[in-house]
Ligand binder design. Structure first.
Ligand code: ZN
Length: 458
């Protein structure tokens, strides 16, 4: 008896750590967040005169028996800053008790950006009301998804589909990158899917699906709010699986991919969404059960340094050239200030998260507009049987190109160009794109999240 006592003690202490349930639980919820007619939508900025199709906040909540929990939130919105996402995630932590929230922005260009509470990105009363109501709606969907969670089995799958093309083309005469349709350039030619099937009913309760492409098929001249192709894809999936199924879309690494045909019609956006929806249904049909009964979540934060500032000679030249251009002069004066102080431009925050089900499945998330090569790289190198990858998650500070594009310097185009050319990134507080070497930092950060033992994927 005495010899057996320690064993009993061990058993009891193990029991006290036993989960309240075994296996995975999941819940899902959605709320409409469409701004009222009259609110300014972007990008480009225009006042909406109506609604073509509604915008939603949707959540898939996952929890295992060991107490790991994650809320995956899909938003039909263009973007939000780190400040907004930090604040909202903290509020969700406090009010819903969910430590890990992944806020993915579909990046639809016929929607609005989300701001911190009380500080809408649209500066009028209507805008502030919409902003705070949207924050509340997101908290509500996480709360509801968690409350409704029930035992599930998970399936993961993939099917081939491409609703867009690489958008970077090189001008043969001067080597400068310009925006167009590069059918031969890298793209992510598939949709990834995760299905949560209710153990109780045997039917799917939620479909999480991811594809990488800018939702820019809706023309920027349309003044109708729209979720673009991701909204239409969700609609198609529900037509087949039933409207009680919650479809959560995650935008992948679509930084250098444009939906096709670019800025054409609402009709074309719906057709592309229909195709993506059909491909998702195909991926669901051939999906495989995830056997792991638990998951782990790992996160890492690093800074991606910004490209070096131009030298004083070039700056002087540019100031002379641009003296009548207020917007450009503002950036040049910033550069002058930093040079005088001997300072570097600020870097970009890079937060990566990985939700890992053994070696079977991994959801990787990153902020920003990541180039598609990152998603392809993860899929090739991550030690998991299946991957799903989000960019545009939990924060935003522009484009993260790969080193090959950053090395083009001034010829790097809208997403990666630097002075003396006025690429999009020169207008940010970083005064240019990330520095060459960003790619290595991103890849090292992502690999640091993965299991390091050499075991092969299941
Ligand atoms: Zn974009």
């Amino acid at each position: 008896m005495i010899t057996r006592l320690p064993i009993i003690f061990i058993c009891l202490s193990a029991l006290s750590f036993l989960p309240s349930h075994a296996g995975i639980r999941a819940g899902a919820a959605e709320q409409e967040i469409t701004p009222a007619t009259g609110l300014e939508i972007q990008h480009y900025f225009r006042k909406s005169i109506g609604i073509r199709d509604p915008l939603f906040a949707r959540c898939l909540y996952l929890e295992d028996g060991a107490g790991n929990a994650v809320a995956v939130v899909g938003l039909d919105l263009i973007m939000a800053s780190f400040e907004t996402c930090d604040q909202l995630r903290a509020e969700i932590r406090k009010k819903c008790g969910v430590t890990h929230t992944l806020l993915n922005f579909s990046h639809t260009h016929a929607s609005a950006a989300l701001g911190p509470r009380g500080r809408s990105t649209v500066s009028n009363d209507q805008g502030s009301r919409w902003n705070d109501q949207t924050l509340d709606a997101i908290i509500a969907v996480v709360t509801e998804a968690r409350k409704e969670s029930e035992p599930v089995t998970l399936r993961a799958g993939r099917a081939g589909v491409q609703v867009g093309f690489n958008r970077r083309l090189v001008n043969a005469n001067n080597g400068h990158v310009f925006m167009g349709v590069n059918r031969k350039g890298p793209a992510v030619p598939w949709v990834n899917v995760l299905v949560a099937d209710s153990t109780r009913t045997g039917k799917p309760l939620a479909v999480l699906f991811e594809h990488a492409a800018h939702p820019v098929i809706v023309p920027h001249t349309s003044k109708l709010t729209s979720a673009d192709f991701p909204g239409a894809a969700g609609k198609r999936i529900r037509e087949v699986l039933g409207k009680e199924v919650i479809t959560v879309f995650g935008q992948g690494c679509g930084g250098n991919i444009n939906g096709f045909p670019l800025r054409s019609t609402h009709q074309k956006a719906e057709e592309a969404g229909h195709r993506l929806g059909d491909a998702t249904l195909k991926a669901i049909e051939s999906s495989e059960r995830i056997k792991a009964t638990g998951f782990t979540i790992r996160s890492a934060t690093v800074t991606l340094p910004s490209a070096p500032l131009p030298n004083r000679e070039l700056l002087a030249e540019m100031m002379d050239l641009e003296k009548k251009n207020t917007g450009r002069m503002k950036q040049l004066l910033q550069i002058e200030k930093l040079l005088e102080r001997g300072e570097k431009p600020p870097g970009r925050r890079f937060d990566a998260h990985a939700v890992m089900f053994g070696r079977e499945w991994c959801l990787t998330t990153m902020p920003h507009e990541m180039f598609c090569q990152y998603e392809l790289w993860i899929d090739k190198h991550a030690p998991f049987r299946r991957t799903m990858t989000f960019a545009f998650t939990n924060g935003y500070e522009g484009y993260i190109a790969v080193d090959e594009a950053l090395a083009l310097g001034a010829r790097g185009g809208y997403e990666a160009g630097r002075l003396p050319n006025w690429g999009g990134q020169v207008y940010t507080r970083h005064l240019g794109p990330p520095a060459i070497g960003a790619e290595k930092i991103v890849k090292e950060t992502l690999s640091s999240l993965w299991p390091s033992d050499p075991e092969k994927p299941e």
